[in-house]
Every structure is written in C-alpha cells, then in structure tokens.
Design a protein around this ligand. Structure first.
Ligand SMILES: [Zn+2]
Length: 650
C-alpha cells in the first residue's frame, strides 16, 4: 500500500534536532550460516503446516440495503500432515451457517464446527472437524454490516449520487471479515467467484475484469495466479471504464473517469519501464480503480486492479508516484511476498525503491530525489526513543502484536534506503541484475527476511565481499535508526525552497508568484515541512493571502497546512478545514489535522463537531483512528500513533 503516514504531533522533536538514535541491537541477528528458519505467522489462527488452501471458489450475493455478502466459500485443500483431521480458519464478525465436506458424486457431507470467542485483533478462530482429509470444504456464511474489510456507501456518499458503492480493503488481516480462509500471506491460492449484485451496479475484483463487461448484476471472475489472502478484493458501484492503452485503463465513476485517465496517462510507460528493469509483468491487464474520497489509504496493490484514492488526481501528475508504487508491487509484494507482517519491509521497502526507479526512468533523477528527500525527513521525524523496537527492518515477533502497528516510514523509506545503499555499493548494473533474478527466483512465493538475507549473501555480497560487509548489511536489518553508511541525496530544487522560506522568516518578502508558479506539490510540501511548529497568526494570514493554502484541493498540502493553522491559532482557516475533513476520508491526510485539534479543549470541541458530521461517510478504519485520537486528549503525548497507511502503507 501507499503512502507513509506523516504524524505531526506537538511532541515531535524539531527536524534540525532530529537524529537517528544511536545504533543499539534489539534483535539478535541470526547466525550467518543459518538457513531460513521455519516461519510462523502469529497474526493468523491457520496451521498451514497441516493443510494449505490451494483454490477458493466464491458464490456471493451482494445486498446493499443489509450491507452484507451472503453465500459460500469452497476451499480446495492440500493436506500436508497425514494425521491432521481439522481445518483451522480465520474469521472476523462472520456468521457461519454451515460447513460441508465435498465427496464423490457431488455429494456434500455436513461437518461439525466451532467458532471461538473473538480476539480483538485477530478475530475468531473457526475450527472445522473434517473427520478425514476431504479435498473440498464448503462454508456457507454471511458477513456483518460492520465488517472491518468492507465499506458500504449510500448513493449520497458518491460523486454521482445515483448508485450505492462498496469496496474492500483486505490488508493486513481484514480478508477474514468477508471470507473465511487462511488469512496469512504464507498461503497462496488461485480463486474464482460468481457475484450477484443489483443489476445497475458494475462489480469488479482483483481478477480478470472485462473492460467490455455488460451491467447485468451477474458477474464471474477468475484469478489464475496464486495470491495471498490480503490481495483478495471486491468493489461495486456506478463504475465505467476508460482505456489508457491496450493493457491498462481506469475504472471510476462517470464524472471522474476522463480526468483520472488523463492524470494516469503515463501508466503504460511505467509498465514498460518496470519490465525493462525487472522482467515481464505477469498479471495480464493492469487497471486502476478510482475509489470515493473515503478510501482510507492512498492505494492498494490489488493484483490487476490497483485501488486508488481520488486525492492524487491533482491535475499536474505530480502525485503519480502512487501509481508507480502500486504497479511496482506487481513485482515486490504480489509476486514475491512477505511471509508475515514482521517482514513488511520486503513488500514496502522494495516497492518504494522500485517506485523511485520508475519515477527516475520516466521523469528523471531530480524528480525522484525530491520524493526521497521528503520521505527521509519524514523518517527522521518518526524515530523516537519509545519506538526503538520497531525501527529495525526485521521486527521481532513480540514487538508487533497487531500487524497494523508497524512504523510506516521505517518499513517504506528505511527499506528503500537500504536497497539504495546496496545499489550504490554494488553498482547499479549488478544490483539491477540481482533484483531481476531475485524476483524470478522467489516468484509466487512468500519469504522471510532471513530468506532474503541468505539469498543476498550468496548472490550479491558473496560475489564481491569487499563491497559490503556483513556487519554493515545486518545493521540495516537488525538495528534501530539509520546506519551511518546511508547514502545521502541532495535536491537543488528543494534547496531553493529552503532559501526562499528562510529569507521570508528572516524578514524579506515571500517568493514571487512567478517563482512559485513552477513549484510542484513536492516543493510546497517541503516549504511547509520546514516551517516552525507554530507561527504568528498574522504571518499565516500573509502566507494564506499569497498562496491560498486554505481551501487547497491538494491533500498533501492540506494535511500540513491545517495542523499548522490549528497550532498557531489561525482560526480563519477553520471553515475550509472543516470542509476538507467533511470531504476526505484518507487516513493519512485527516489524522494530522484531528490530532492538532485534539490538543486544546476548544480545538477538541470543534473536532468533535466536524467528526460527527463527517462520520457517516468515513471508512471504519478511519473512524477507529479518529476516535482514538479524540479520546486520548488529556495528555497530548499519549495520543496513539496513527497506524501505518498500509497495513503496510498504502
Ligand atoms: Zn505499498
């Protein structure tokens, strides 16, 4: 997923004073000669060492009025242990109606099952007593209207206002809220689905969507490549298609589809650039589904159908790194997948690295470096003395009870920075060849950090040990902070922004519109990121008059500007701020604003008022985050960190 969550909190150390904590090992590196240890996923009840799901067949009926999916999931099983006689599945808030074993002659034998008391993080373990080892188990079930992985929108919450809308977000462990299954990335399966919907809506899945499909309320899908459960995806609404080129296009509501296709016009070139670097795109079509503004993340790399927030459609393609990111997941994440959330950097760090290479290939090094500088500043702000255990790339199991609690910038930016370090030391040509081989070697497998480490030691470091020492290599994986070996980037465009901002703070005029007219989103973000925590309201009024920050349609600017106005007591921005919070539900963009408001009694009262109005249109994931922020207000330091945008990052 994408993107990193920027947490702006009063407790954060100012940028200039923020340095990575001194390296201190919190996780013992595995012995250098070790092979990959047996991996266990503590975020799932499944026992894939006993039995693995190989194929899933769904038959579901979609009911917008009841906000439910009802039907059956048929699991094709590959038994691993001859003594096993039970199937353990993950569920959350599902009503299980029946379990059956498939036998010869299409006969189904009813099976006893137990649904355990729910665990708040993991949901309920479903134990099906198979009394043997049937090849098929079929479960009849119904989802809850409050399913954590689904959002149901009334017509009024959509752009067109005519049809209802629904969509899923399965990462990290929300697939279990709409399908009973082994909800762990360690298990991969192919799937097929038959879906019945109201006839006026178009339904799509992370599968073989047909751009020419006719709306009739009866849809079938096939996903022939094996995927982990978090890539199961479904959406339905007033969706139409606009092609970008022969193998890519955009699905969106009619009012937005042409604008979206124009913003994402470079998608085909991005796919071609990725294939030149990392080998063929293996998923057939690559389409983008633009969701309503309530989508809680930036993007989600559902295979063949990236789900994307409309907040990146800003008219100048300055935020299309999101598409580069989700597309990159077609190699890092969807093709080679982390085995557990503790190895999330294998998905997100690799993807952020590849994203940067694609931006570089299409738009040049300078543009890619803009994003790198901004992301690394964000990473430095994320490190605190309290989260040392989450700062290594490889997270110890006990440090991550909830898979959504990884530090975002660490997983994304530090992960990518590690690969940039390896690239610099080994040379780009050799490193590109290594990555291409890595994607090929582990294609359609789920792997751990230890497996990556073994592979890299053999195929990269072992080739020329003088380039990177094992101690240097392991410091990135197992120690907090960023090692001293990290290569630095400098952006001359951002240096010019620094100079303009500093001149204004020293008392000279603001940069002329003729200068700032050429600024992209990244320059504005950098301008705002470098301002003090609070300014005199009169100074903010001058900024606002010059650049019209209040009311900006650009969420990256809004999520920085509004918290600054709140901390500074510049209340003239409040109507525009309220309008933004009423319109946008992307968690990364709204949380810094709510957190800033929650820091004072007056701001808190205002935040509660705004939230009460916005709430009906918000995703359950965003609602949960806002409630936590507004509840923990007595001591601002105790405000919980916003979980990462992706369950990994969106
Ligand atoms: Zn991602």
């Amino acid at each position: 997923m994408r993107l990193s969550t920027l947490v702006i909190a009063a407790t954060l150390v100012p940028l200039a004073a923020c340095r990575p904590p001194a390296p201190e090992a919190t996780t013992e590196p595995a012995p250098l000669t070790a092979t990959a240890p047996a991996v266990r996923d503590i975020h799932s009840f499944a026992e894939p060492h006993l039995v693995k799901v190989r194929h899933l067949a769904l038959e579901l009926e979609m009911d917008f009025a009841a906000r439910t999916l009802t039907g059956t999931a048929t699991l094709q099983l590959d038994w691993q242990d001859p003594a096993a006689d039970a199937l353990l599945l993950d569920t959350r808030d599902l009503t299980i109606l029946r379990a059956e074993a498939g036998e010869a002659n299409d006969h189904w034998r009813e099976l006893p099952f137990e649904l355990a008391e729910p665990d708040q993080t993991l949901g309920s373990r479903l134990t099906i007593r198979t009394g043997g080892q049937p090849a098929l188990v079929r479960i009849a079930y119904r989802t809850s209207p409050a399913a954590s992985g689904l959002q149901w929108l009334t017509p009024a919450m959509t752009l067109g206002g005519q049809q209802p809308f629904m969509f899923s977000q399965s990462q990290q462990i929300h697939a279990r809220s709409w399908v009973p299954l082994q909800d762990t990335p360690m298990v991969r399966f192919t799937y097929e689905a038959r879906l019945r919907t109201p006839p006026q809506v178009m339904a799509l899945m992370s599968a073989d969507n047909d751009p020419a499909a006719v709306r009739d309320g009866d849809y079938t899908f096939r996903m022939p490549q094996p995927i982990p459960s978090y890539l199961l995806a479904i959406a339905a609404g007033d969706l139409v298609f606009a092609p970008i080129d022969a193998r890519s296009g955009v699905w969106a509501e009619p009012a937005l589809v042409q604008q979206a296709a124009a913003e994402f016009v470079d998608t085909g070139r991005m796919i071609a650039a990725a294939e030149r670097l990392y080998g063929p795109y293996r998923w057939d079509r690559y389409d983008i589904l633009v969701l309503p503004p309530s989508f809680p993340y930036g993007g989600m790399e559902n295979p063949r159908l990236t789900f994307a927030t409309p907040t990146v459609i800003v008219g100048d393609r300055s935020l299309v790194a999101l598409i580069a990111h989700e597309l990159a997941h077609s190699w890092s994440g969807n093709l080679v997948t982390f085995a557990t959330a503790n190895d999330a950097w294998l998905n997100e760090g690799f993807t952020t690295y590849v994203e940067g290479r694609l931006i570089e290939a299409l738009y040049g090094r300078e543009r890619a470096d803009l994003d790198r500088v901004i992301e690394r500043n964000e990473l430095r702000r994320e490190f605190t003395a309290e989260n040392l255990a989450l700062q290594p790339l490889a997270i110890a199991q006990e440090a991550l009870p909830d898979p959504d609690d990884n530090l975002t910038a660490t997983v994304y930016t530090k992960g990518a920075w590690f690969l940039q370090f390896l690239e610099q030391r080994c040379g780009r040509e050799r490193f590109d060849a290594f990555l291409r081989d890595y994607f090929e070697h582990f294609a359609f497998q789920s792997i751990s950090t230890a497996q990556f480490r073994d592979y890299a030691r053999l195929h990269l470091l072992g080739q020329d040990p003088a380039r990177v020492s094992e101690a240097e290599f392991d410091a990135w994986l197992y120690q907090p902070g960023v090692p001293d070996t990290a290569p630095q980037v400098i952006s001359s465009r951002l240096a010019a922004v620094d100079a303009a901002r500093e001149a204004w703070q020293a008392g000279t005029e603001l940069p002329e519109p003729a200068v700032t007219a050429a600024w992209s989103t990244q320059e504005w973000v950098h301008f705002l990121d470098g301002l003090p925590q609070a300014l005199d309201p009169g100074r903010l009024a001058a900024l606002d008059a010059a650049y019209q920050f209040s009311g900006t349609p650009n969420g990256e600017i809004a999520q920085r500007w509004y918290p600054l106005t709140v901390r500074s007591g510049y209340t003239a921005a409040r109507p525009a701020l309220a309008e933004f919070l009423g319109r946008v539900g992307r968690r990364k963009l709204v949380m810094p604003i709510y957190k800033a408001l929650a820091a004072t009694p007056d701001g808190l009262a205002f935040a509660r008022e705004v939230f009460a109005k916005a709430r009906p249109a918000l995703h359950p994931i965003t609602v949960g985050s806002i409630e936590a922020a507004l509840a923990a207000t007595q001591a601002p330091a105790a405000v919980p960190a916003t979980p990462p945008e992706s369950a990994n990052g969106g």
